[in-house]
Design a protein around this ligand. Sequence first.
Ligand code: ATP
Ligand code: MG
Length: 406
Amino acid sequence: MHINLPEAYQPIIVLHYHEVGLKGKNRAFFERLLVKNVNRALSGLGNPFTRRLRGRFIVEGVSAEAMSEAVARLQKVFGLATIGVGVETPADLEAMSRAAVALVAGTEIPSFAVRARRAEKHYPFTSQDIGRVVGGAIVKATGAPVNLRQPAVEVFVEVANERAFIYTARLPGPGGLPVGASGRGVVLFSAGIDSPVAAWRMMKRGMEVVLLHFHSQPFADRSSEEKSRRLAAILAEWHGPIELVIVPLIDAQQAIIAYAPEPYRTILYRRMMLRVAERVARARRAHALITGDSLGQVASQTIENLVAITEATSMLVLRPLIGFDKAEIIAEAQRIGTYEISILPQDDACTLLDPRQVETRATVEDTRRAEAGLDVEALADETFAQATSEWIEPAWWPSKQPVHSQ
Ligand code: ATP
Ligand code: MG
């Protein structure tokens, strides 16, 4: 993205967020969190300083050279509605006009419109005055005509607290709520296509997530574990440093293979995963478990089996993709950037661990009976005891910086 920034000015970034439903204490919390996430996303890019100004944020201290990287990162900060890049001036018509002309100078503009807004009403000029005077200056400098309906270029002028913020480059933010606004969840993170998308969906609604990956080494190789790390690094660009918990499931799987009827294996693996996930959630004070299940997609995802699986935990299990088609999930994985990694081959040791015959209509009663020969709580404890944890950082994370967790 090319952003034209006049050299005589300090570049600034204007961030807008949706304020719907934000009131009182909740609003202050939301704004503080969003500022924190904005600053985190700009780590290592100069000396960014973010201030809150009447329902918007102004970021200073990012150099013109670092600006397109800054914008790319901000487009992954949930809670932001728009990102504008431009300059700041005193709130007088002459200074605003000069800055607006400097912003459009040197670019070919077929037509333009000035979009003006005042946060307070006490100024000696109205929004219409800004449009007229600043617009007039641009016509004079460039000869470009005003077109309010379908301008080729929009010149945004926002006046607040005796300052004016002027920008022509405005990009969409990702929307949603700032990560951390909606508690914490543990994502059952398989390195397939679905669970990274499920994690992203919950992050977009403001949930901080801990990723939990189970592998079957040494029956399977390390490919799924490596994929889970690479996928976590992509999600970290949206989340900030993210905790990845890795758990060998093979002991529990072998006990299930030895003591449970074959068609129930997959259901019992999943129940074991939920029990271990519950322990991780307790250790991390998480509120919910998250899976990438989509109704009917595979045998373990019939409604009967989902009921039989979920019965293993009393925690809330969220399945954000339950109503999505595979094609929709794939399209979203491509947009997020996880798809290419998710489809890399991985060794699940299916032929050794998966049943030849699968129960697709399990009942809770039969499932409990299938599990009767196992001490499932002890197995879950032993499996949880083998968990290891690491922090996965986004590629741009400055390595010297300590990771802050809560
Ligand atoms: P995915 O694309 O996420 O792997 P899937 O379509 O392959 O999903 P399943 O393999 O039945 O479907 O898994 C359903 C859900 O169970 C996954 O989305 C994930 O949340 C969880 N899950 C499955 N395998 C693992 C694993 N090895 N580690 C952690 N979670 C898992
Ligand atoms: Mg899978």
